[in-house]
Design a protein around this ligand. Structure first.
Ligand SMILES: Cc1cc2nc3c(=O)[nH]c(=O)nc-3n(C[C@H](O)[C@H](O)[C@H](O)COP(=O)(O)OP(=O)(O)OC[C@H]3O[C@@H](n4cnc5c(N)ncnc54)[C@H](O)[C@@H]3O)c2cc1C
Length: 398
């Protein structure tokens, strides 16, 4: 065996310093609950990795009202609707009119920047760049996190509650014995080809486009950089696509009689994003609690992943806070069931948006026409549009 490990003691040990882990750490610290976060990537890598971009109003309130930062309000973009585009025509889903809410375009790396700065400002214990993380003794009163820090020193965190917020590829859920968890998942026969381009926005709000050639999402980052995606084969080689071919493919998916044209610019990132729907049940084993992508992942079509991670944290924080305030484990015992209610609603919404908007390569004429019937049913009905608007902007907390 290697050299001796230094033992650290804390109340809550957190694996993963993404939005879920850092937000939980922030809320716990505000409530006087000690915690340590271990994160395998370094700060700069997380800060420069492009992922989600749409925040529900509830997520925005969580960032601003808990004192993380107000930057989302000054540097984010408030969107009061989206366009559904099919048959070459755009149909606006007006969130404000339908449900009186909106969403904010504010990239995940900015959310990370704000959370990491808040933890630093408040002297939080966040250890970046760790390796060889393992979680043990999960079903005991003292679950432990083992890790090696960025200077090569070995540590062991002894905690009372261990939170796995280590994302979809993390170790925590895999540390739950197979017989104690159910892995619910489906895979999709398509992926997203994503680009970042230096160009002016093509539209003021997101466009979710369905066409015979497949789905495309025209989204934005800020006034200078835009994010766009189109449906592709999961085995597509992004590097083999020239800029011209990418732009022609994106344009072909939004072409229509209104002559709508994308604003082209140099492409500086291209990736193929595979996705699936996954839920681990329950989100608990002994004193290990899963939050965010560590417990569930959704396809990106409904913009729910980051928001769901923050929604889990809201429920888990209340449960941990109540445990330390009262020593009653009632809310902790209810965490998994409560969080999973929202998770399954979001799974359904993400699945529905994905299947409604994508076109399978082997779709028959009947399936194509049925899909267009579904889309026109949604935009023609105030109730159909309101369901989409409510789910997209975020259900009230339960
Ligand atoms: C390319 C991409 C695009 C996406 N686009 C969208 C989108 O448009 N809309 C949307 O809503 N969602 C999107 N998502 C999903 C969204 O980014 C996630 O839902 C969100 O990041 C979840 O936050 P989290 O904190 O639960 O997990 P994460 O952000 O994944 O954070 C988990 C952290 O744990 C760390 N970690 C993992 N293993 C260990 C370990 N062994 N030890 C220590 N640390 C560890 C990781 O480094 C990571 O920083 C996208 C995801 C990807 C990958």
């Amino acid at each position: 065996m290697g050299a001796e490990r230094t033992i650290l003691k804390t109340q809550v040990g957190i694996v993963g310093g993404g939005p879920a882990g850092l937000m939980l750490s922030h809320l716990l610290a505000k409530s006087g609950i000690e915690n340590i976060v271990v994160e395998k990537r370094d700060h700069e890598t997380i800060r420069t990795t492009h992922r989600a971009g749409i925040l529900e109003h509830g997520s925005v309130r969580m960032l601003t009202e808990t004192g993380v930062s107000d930057r989302v309000l000054s540097e984010g973009y408030r969107h009061e609707g989206i366009d559904l585009r099919f048959g070459g025509e755009s149909h606006r889903i007006d969130f404000e009119d339908l449900v009186g809410e909106s969403v904010w375009l504010y990239p995940q790396n900015e959310v990370f920047t704000d959370l990491a700065a808040a933890r630093e400002r408040d002297h939080g214990d966040v250890r970046y760049g760790v390796s060889d993380t393992a979680v043990v003794d999960l079903a005991t009163d003292t679950p432990k996190i083992l890790f090696t820090d960025s200077d090569g020193r070995d540590f062991e965190i002894h905690c009372e509650i261990l939170v796995g917020s280590d994302g979809s590829g993390g170790i925590c859920k895999r540390s739950i014995p197979k017989e104690a968890r159910t892995d619910n998942f489906i895979e999709y026969p398509f992926a997203w080809f994503g680009i970042l381009t230096r160009a002016a926005p093509s539209a003021p709000e997101l466009i979710y486009a369905n066409s015979d050639r497949g789905f495309a999402l025209i989204s934005q980052r800020n006034d200078e950089v835009q994010r766009m995606y189109f449906q592709c084969d999961p085995n597509e080689d992004a590097q083999s696509w020239s800029e011209e071919r990418i732009w022609d493919e994106l344009q072909a998916r939004v072409d229509g009689p209104d002559g709508f044209q994308l604003t082209r610019g140099p492409v500086f990132e291209k990736t193929v994003l595979k996705f699936r729907s996954y839920v681990c049940e329950p989100l608990r084993y002994g004193n290990l609690f899963l939050a965010g992508d560590a417990g569930h992942t959704v396809p990106p079509t409904g913009a729910k992943g980051l928001n769901l991670a923050l929604a889990d944290v809201r429920v888990l924080f209340e449960a941990i806070d109540s445990f330390y305030a009262t020593r009653s484990a009632e809310l902790l015992d209810g965490y998994s069931d409560k969080a999973l209610k929202r998770v399954w609603r979001a799974q359904n919404f993400s699945y529905w948006m994905t299947s409604m908007l994508h076109t399978r390569a082997d779709a028959t004429l009947f399936e194509r026409k049925r899909a267009l019937g579904e889309l026109s049913g949604v935009v023609a009905s105030r109730h159909g549009s309101a369901y989409l608007a409510e789910a997209y902007t975020g259900w009230p907390n339960t």
